[in-house]
Design a protein around this ligand. Structure first.
Ligand code: KG4
Ligand code: ZN
Length: 431
């Protein structure tokens, strides 16, 4: 029997090599080997799945997401249940409520993704789930569900780092070789990192206080944008962008944070506080009360967005100078990938395009639905890890032992090295 199985593997190896041009080892899940229609071994009577497929599950914040992707980057099925409307009404995310909603929705979301992909859990190559970083209670739901699913169907389990998944989504769409520079801008994070390899990340700069999405969300709340019908149902960042389109970005003066700092850290709390002061003074000036919105709201949003953009631009530019001083990217293949919810913003994208044009970088930003939280990015990260056989757990004890981690740095921190170089602020870029 062992000899027959070995012979079968040889036939299958040749077939898979023809299909995928990849070596078989580590790439074809046991499930696929067991489902071969090209041989007569009894346990291989069914059809062969010539695609490797990973299910990804995301519950780190307020979106319950699931998706099935194949090794060639096709999204075979996906579903997303957003809690945004509810949390907008509460003025922020309530962790216990978020957990309850994830629990209520996760089965349906996974079922929809699998049904759209026309597969059952048994057909999966592996199950991936966000295990870090994020809000503890929401994370706990996806981690438990993913582990249970993997164990119930005897599938490998792949723990995923949420920010790493944001950073690698672009590789599902474009050919981007390591190393490359990444700017991650979301509601919970702001990082400029060097992606050296799938599991090797170096942090060049991160935020000392708020993330840009957090500043935008709190700013939008302070300006009561939710009361404007045209902004109903929009996230804070999206509402600010929408109103800013018909505003003057230079109407109000905001500070330029951290100009004197030697590193590439970010800080958005001062910009947020400045917005609060502007709102207060305008409300007093115009007798704005209750749920009313100040008359110059478009100008305020445009100026706030402009200030946030300028700060992001200056710090990313400095990170590029650091990369060049330390020779961290090949000079003729420099790419900046931008992702996270704030990367949906067209004004910020436009400004970063100017920066990249000036600095000789190629700019890659995934489409908006892949910048905000989703199951696809988790499934793709799982697939990349599966293909490289990095961080794949097979053993049930190992899978059971996986715990969620609300805080988890992406990699080594280079900010001390950045500081020692005392890089001067590069020449300002107009945007
Ligand atoms: O990545 P994400 O979906 O969740 C986190 O991991 O945080 O990002 C959500 C953030 C929110 O703060 C939201 O206001 C912001 O992304 N955002 C935007 C835009 N769309 C979403 N910020 C600026 N402009 C937008 N168009
Ligand atoms: Zn995110």
């Amino acid at each position: 029997m062992a000899g027959l199985w070995k012979g079968h593997r040889t036939v299958l190896r040749k077939l898979v090599n023809v299909f995928t041009s990849f070596p078989l080892e580590g790439l074809v899940s046991p499930a696929i080997l067991h489902r071969c229609r090209f041989c007569t071994v009894r346990k291989c009577e069914e059809k062969i799945t010539d695609k490797q497929v990973v299910l990804g599950i995301e519950t780190s914040c307020d979106d319950t997401g699931a998706a099935v992707v194949s090794s060639d980057g096709q999204v075979l099925g996906q579903a997303l249940a957003s809690q945004q409307d509810l949390h907008l009404r509460h003025g922020g995310i309530i962790p216990t409520l978020a957990r309850q909603l994830h629990e209520d929705n996760i089965q349906q979301v996974v079922d929809t993704a699998l049904a759209e992909a026309r597969i059952s859990p048994q057909d999966l190559t592996a199950v991936a789930a966000t295990v870090k970083p994020g809000m503890a209670l929401p994370l706990s739901v996806g981690v438990q569900y993913g582990k249970d699913l993997a164990l119930a169907h005897n599938k490998p389990f792949i723990p995923v780092h949420h920010m790493e998944a944001h950073a690698l989504t672009a590789r599902m769409l474009y050919k981007i070789d390591f190393p490359f520079l990444v700017l991650l801008v979301s509601g919970g994070h702001c990082l400029v990192v060097l992606a050296r390899a799938l599991h090797q990340w170096s942090i060049i700069g991160s935020t000392l206080d708020d993330a840009p999405g957090e500043a935008l969300d709190k700013g939008a709340r302070r300006l009561k944008l939710r009361n404007l019908p045209e902004c109903a149902g929009m996230s804070g960042g999206r509402a600010v962008e929408h109103l800013a389109k018909s505003g003057d970005p230079l109407a109000f003066t905001f500070p330029s944070p951290m100009l004197q700092h030697a590193d590439c850290s970010f800080s958005f709390a001062g910009l947020k506080q400045c917005l609060f002061k502007i709102a207060e003074s305008l409300e007093g000036e115009h007798g704005v009360v209750g749920g009313q919105v100040v008359p110059q709201v478009n100008d305020v949003c445009a100026s706030f967005q402009h200030a946030i953009t300028g700060h992001l631009l200056r710090r990313t530019h400095k990170a590029m100078v650091y990369v060049s001083v330390r020779d961290l990217l090949p000079p003729h293949a420099q790419t900046l990938v931008v992702s996270g919810g704030v990367a949906c913003n067209q004004y910020i994208r436009g400004a970063l395009q100017r920066l990249c044009d000036t600095a000789g970088y190629q700019l890659i930003v995934p489409p908006p639905h892949l910048c905000t939280d989703n199951g696809i990015m988790i499934a793709w990260n799982g697939m990349e890890r599966w293909l490289a056989q990095i961080g794949v757990l097979y053993n049930s004890e190992e899978i059971e032992a996986v715990r969620f981690e609300p805080r988890a740095p992406m990699g080594e921190d280079l900010s001390e090295d950045v500081r020692t170089l005392r890089i001067k602020a590069p020449k300002a870029i107009k945007f």
